[in-house]
Design a protein around this ligand. Structure first.
Ligand code: NAG
Ligand code: ZN
Length: 302
């Protein structure tokens, strides 16, 4: 058994051509998983909303109760309130997108990113929320939540100096654009009220502020959005779509807030919200473009 795990399992992974899958560290019950990157990688990729597992032992996240202006997120809080409805929709194929991006970066650069995956369906656990809303005080879900975040903390500890976390999500907004979340809100983008101190790439700005202003880092030609739009994609923010205007836009959630550089440290974070087609029928082309963009971005700033 021991020999099988140490020698045969990684080998099977390599033979299957799936280098991101050879060496996963599973959390309890296999609900979350960590694929450590190569020692010199500066990139962490996370996928919280693409899981499929629906163990019946974990009741579905439905609604919490309202207490003043806040929600109590448990199954035993009393009368559920629709103002406290949990978001439970899966981000279709984001686990696959994150896994394929990790593998392509590993193959092309020799530096495989750290990958953290939640295998539970979002109805059971949402790791991109604080622990109460994420797990509804269900013990097995709380354990998976803590392990998911411990894995991110472990991955961060492997990176010395500047690093980049990409949190992979999906949305179905009618604009069909790629939304990049830096914790800069739609209204701030719309009014050009851009504050690096609020952003999840605060450290990136601090490192390069002598040569680039924050606006250019956020939505200029050499921003992540600028590089991605040069592959033919519609991206906000980017030179072609500087702000969402009246369109739909996610500016980033718990993961980029917690693990990006807004509150210090030197690991930056970007939430990538991709439209449906890019996660499904057009995923192969999209992964190739994203891989090229991440490589360019790393060369420019890390
Ligand atoms: C969470 O669950 C435990 C039992 O597992 C219980 O003792 C505790 O009161 C619960 N917390 C809340 C806020 O409901
Ligand atoms: Zn999501």
């Amino acid at each position: 058994m021991h020999l099988f795990h140490v020698y045969v399992w990684p080998l099977l992974g390599i033979l299957a051509g799936n280098s991101a899958k050879g060496s996963g560290i599973s959390g309890t019950n296999g609900y979350v998983e960590y694929f450590p990157g190569t020692a010199d990688s500066k990139v962490i990729i996370t996928a919280s909303h693409g899981g499929y597992l629906e163990p019946i032992s974990i009741p579905d996240r439905t609604k919490g109760c309202l207490s003043g202006a806040a929600c109590i997120w448990t199954h035993t809080c009393g009368s559920m309130n629709s103002q406290c409805t949990a978001k439970t929709l899966r981000d279709t194929k984001t686990k696959e997108l994150a896994t394929e991006l990790t593998a392509a970066l590993g193959t092309q650069t020799g530096k495989r990113p750290h990958l953290i995956v939640n295998h539970l369906n979002r109805r059971k656990l949402d790791p991109n929320r604080d622990t109460e809303e994420a797990a509804f005080n269900v013990s097995a879900a709380v354990t998976a939540y803590n392990e998911y975040h411990k894995f991110i903390t472990d991955a961060r500890a492997h990176i010395t100096g500047a690093g980049l976390l990409l949190d992979i999500h999906g949305q179905s907004h009618p604009e069909k654009w790629i939304e990049l979340g830096y914790l800069i809100s739609k209204s701030r983008l719309n009014t050009d009220d851009l504050k690096p101190t609020l952003s999840s790439i605060r450290s990136l700005y601090n490192r390069h502020s002598t040569s680039m202003n924050f606006d250019a880092l956020l939505r200029g030609t050499n921003s992540f959005g600028g590089l991605l739009s040069s592959h033919g994609y519609k991206v906000v923010p980017s030179p072609g779509n500087m702000s969402p205007g009246s369109g739909n836009f996610y500016s980033g959630g718990y993961t980029v807030k917690t693990y990006g550089s807004r509150y210090g440290d030197s690991i930056d974070a970007i939430q990538i919200e991709s439209p449906y087609a890019l996660r499904t029928s057009e995923r192969a082309t999209y992964v190739a473009a994203l891989t090229a963009v991440v490589k360019d971005f790393l060369k420019l700033y890390y």
